[in-house]
Every structure is written in structure tokens, then in C-alpha cells.
Design a binder for this molecule. Structure first.
Ligand code: 4NP
Length: 192
């Protein structure tokens, strides 16, 4: 059904809605390979956002410091632990962090200190994204999300426990900042 009226013009109520619409809060999760931790972090945060009916307020993605796995789906162990908790990350594809990410995203959240150091080293001068360790930004805990790649399924469970708990905390923080108008303008470089 055509609900936009003659010549595709939006009804007045929709135009008013558009005028109020804020740009989405853009969050990028980063790990080394973008096949284990950051896909789980992305999936868990997407689910937390969707559970509160806020999908339209966020732009969410993940990326790797490396391009080792560019184009690959998440590791099958990551897909499996996510599926066991009722969410599907199998459609994600690994990609490396790109220079434009430092401008396009409000937050770039690293899984560990090495990831964060690599982000700091490659951020362009005109970067506007705020960067930090994920668990520190979300929970005030300056701890890494440990790399499970060379470990067994229990390590993937542990990662999912961490990023699942952090997702709700991050969402609370970002919503509170947006409410206070503190989300922008954002300083360059890392910030917690
Ligand atoms: P991630 O895990 O950074 O959590 O995606 C890894 C994935 C791949 C490799 C290392 C860590 N790798 O060396 O290929």
C-alpha cells in the first residue's frame, strides 16, 4: 500500500518525526581477527539494543585490527556459543578497521590493550571517535576480553558471558550520555 501520498510526499506527521530524528549512535567493536570476540560483542549488543526496541537509534558494526580473515564468517565456535544462547552471528563477515571508521563511529571499543594501542597508532588526525577498552567503557573495569582463538569452547563461553553482561551496561551509559547531551562533540583519541 502506498502510504506516502501523492508524488511520494511524506505525510506531515512523518516529516515532523524525521525532523526530530537524531543521527544514530554509532558503535564499532574491534578485536584482532574480527572472527571471535568482536562478532560476539556486536551480536550481544545488537540483541540488547533490539530487546529495548532501540535498533533504529544505533549503528553497530565490528572490525579487526588485521585483515587475516577478511570476508570470513565468525569462527564456528563463536557461532555455536551465540546460537546456544539464541542469537545468530553467522551472517557477519570479517573486515579490517578502515580510516573512515575513526570519523564514522562515535565509539570504537577495543577488546584488549594491544587492539587499543593499534587503534591509537593508526587513528588519523581528524579522528572523532572516542576509543577505549570495551569493559572499561561499559563497566569501569580496565580488563581485556581475552582472546579465545587458541582455547576450547569454554573460553568462547567466557567471552560471551563478558560481552553479554557488558552490552547492557554499555547501552545504559550511551543512552544516559545521549540524554545529557554529553555524547557529542567527542574528543579525539581514547576516552573513558
Ligand atoms: P579475535 O580472535 O581477535 O577475537 O577474532 C583471533 C582470531 C584469529 C587470530 C587471532 C585471534 N589469528 O591469529 O588468526
Amino acid at each position: 500500500m502506498n502510504t506516502t501520498g501523492p508524488a511520494g510526499a511524506a505525510p506531515a506527521a512523518d516529516r515532523a518525526e524525521d525532523a526530530r530524528a537524531e543521527p544514530p549512535i554509532a558503535v564499532l567493536f574491534v578485536c584482532l581477527g574480527n572472527i571471535c570476540r568482536s562478532p560476539l560483542a556486536e551480536g550481544a549488543f545488537r540483541r540488547a539494543v533490539a530487546a529495548r526496541g532501540l535498533a533504529r537509534r544505533f549503528a553497530i558494526d565490528s572490525a579487526g585490527i588485521s585483515d587475516f580473515h577478511e570476508g570470513d564468517p565468525p569462527d564456528r565456535r563463536a557461532i555455536a556459543v551465540a546460537a546456544a544462547r539464541g542469537f545468530d552471528i553467522s551472517g557477519q563477515r570479517s573486515r579490517p578497521v578502515r580510516p573512515g571508521d575513526f570519523v564514522a563511529f562515535d565509539w570504537i571499543l577495543a577488546m584488549d590493550a594491544a587492539n587499543l594501542a593499534a587503534l591509537d597508532a593508526t587513528a588519523p588526525d581528524h579522528a572523532r571517535a572516542r576509543m577505549g577498552l570495551y569493559l572499561e567503557v561499559a563497566e569501569g573495569r580496565p580488563q581485556p576480553v581475552p582472546d579465545p582463538y587458541y582455547d576450547g569452547p569454554a573460553a568462547f563461553e567466557e567471552v560471551l558471558d563478558m560481552v553479554d553482561a557488558a552490552a547492557g551496561r554499555l547501552l545504559d551509559r550511551l543512552l544516559a550520555e545521549a540524554q545529557d547531551g554529553r555524547a557529542a562533540p567527542a574528543p579525539k583519541r581514547r576516552s573513558t
